[in-house]
Design a protein around this ligand. Sequence first.
Ligand code: XMP
Length: 321
Amino acid sequence: GWTTSSIIDDTVAAVRAQVGDGRAICGLSGGVDSAVAAALVQRAIGDRLTCVFVDHGLLRSGEREQVERDFVAATGARLHTEHVADRFLDALAGVTDPEAKRKTIGREFIRVFETATAAVAQDEHVGFLVQGTLYPDVVESGGGSGAATIKSHHNVGGLPDDIEFALVEPLRALFKDEVRRVGRELGLPEAIVGRQPFPGPGLGIRIIGEVTRDRLETLRAADAIAREELTAAGLDDSIWQCPVVLLADVRSVGVQGDGRTYGHPVVLRPVSSEDAMTADWTRLPYEVLERISTRITNEVAEVNRVVLDVTSKPPGTIEWE
Ligand code: XMP
C-alpha cells in the first residue's frame, strides 16, 4: 500500500524534479495544509524555500508562536513574517457587515502577501509558489457545480495577480487524514497537525460587530479556555470544530460578588460534521459545558454570560458570519 513514508519520498522527489535548482515561496496560515506543504518542499529544496507568514492579528492564542517558533524549530524553514496587526485593525475600523469584513481582510491579506513576496522574489528570483491544495479541492474546483456562493471564502496563499509563478502543489493527491499523517511523520507540532478547521479571516468573523484590539483580546481569552477544556475532556476527535463567538454589541446584566456587571455574551458553537457542508450541533456533556462557562465568566472580565448554539447546518452556517 501507499505508506506515509513512501508518500513523503515520492512527493519530495516530484518537487525536486519540478523546481530543479529554482526558488520557491509559500504562505503559511497557521493551519495544517500550508504547514505540511511547506515542510515537504523544505525537505525537497531546503533553503531555496522561503515561507511567508502574515501576522494579521486575527489568530487564536498561541498560533503565532506555533508558526514562528515551533514550525521553524521542527523544519528549519526560512521564515519571513509580516507583522501587520495594526494595518488590519485600521482597515477593519467601522466595518460590521460580514461580507464587508471578509472582503476587507481578504484584500489586505493579498496586498501584504504580494508586497512580502515581491520583496523576497526581488532579491532571489523566485519562480515557484507553493500551495496546500488537497485532492478534494481539486475535485471540487474541477466539478463546476455552479452552486451559489453563500459566503466568500478566503484562504491564505491566494495567487497574487501580477507576479508570475509556477504552482507547486505537493498535497494535490492527498486527503486530509493523509496530510495529517505526513505532517506527524515530518515531526510537525501536534498543535498544527491536529488543528481543527479555522477560517482564513480568523477571529475577525467571530466578533459580531466591529473588530477592535480589546474585543480580539477578550475573544482570544475565551476561545483559549474553551479549547483547553475540550481537549482536557478528550473531545477533540468527536467534534469537527467549536467556534467561540463574541457578541460584541450585545450586553446583559450580571452579578458577580457584590457587584452588578454589564458585560458581553460569548456563544459556544460545537458542531459535528463530515465535510462542513452540513453539520449537527454537538451534544457536549453538561459537566464540560459547566467548566467552560465557569472558567470563562471567572477569568475573562468582559464576559458575563456563556450561551450554547443548538442550531444545525442548515439552516445555520457553522460560523456566525
Ligand atoms: P460555514 O460557516 O460556511 O463554514 O458553515 C463551513 C466551514 O468553512 C470554514 N470557513 C472558512 N474557511 N476561509 C476558510 O478557509 C473562510 O473564509 C471560511 N469561512 C468559513 C468554517 O470554519 C467551517 O469549517
